[in-house]
Design a protein around this ligand. Sequence first.
Ligand SMILES: [Zn+2]
Length: 241
Amino acid sequence: MTNENNKKVMIIIAHPDDGEFGAGGTLAKWAREGFEIYYTLCTSGDKGTSDPKITASELTATRETEQQNAANVIGAKGVAFLRHTDGELNNNESLRQDISREIRRIKPDIVICQDPTNRFGDNHINHPDHRAAGDAALDCIYPSARDYHAFPQLINEGFMPHNVLEVYLTGPGGSTPTVIDISSTIEVKINALLEHRSQVGADNPERVEMLISRVKERANNLGKEFGVEYAEIFRYIALGR
Ligand SMILES: [Zn+2]
């Protein structure tokens, strides 16, 4: 489990709001315990509207502001936007170079990312961008960010190789999930989620109430299984030094 000395955390995700949904309570808890939290967004969610009048660049600006506000509520130190295209995310060389650059720049001990093996559940299909972001993040943790010769361009830019020590994967959690008690930060998670105003129907009190009860119910159902009030669950990989 998390080594107390591993204080720098990077969350790598496909879209604005993925971080708060999957790990907002954990990030807020760790921030309050003195961990440094950094976000890396693969896309800026520029397809996240059904309004034909809103352009992709307008939506990018809105959602980046919302993500920055949410990260502020969480207590994060920084947010980086890689600006790959929403809905078309590919685990290609370009994405891996961009993520590897961020890992080498921030040098996190712990990375949280999306579980790329999460294809579908009983009542949902996982977004392909989530799988691509998860695959790319894992491929960068090992080997691309770690290996000197992986991206000569990054060495030219001054970004030396970096070893990540621990990985937490958001999603269903697998057969032996790692459980984080978020009872002390469930309200922070919700407040951070509500900063994504364009996505949560911020002007519609009924929609907001429904979201709050859905998030609480899910965290409570997970928590009950493990004897706490509210929880988030992860698959955990200890890579060591
Ligand atoms: Zn998403």
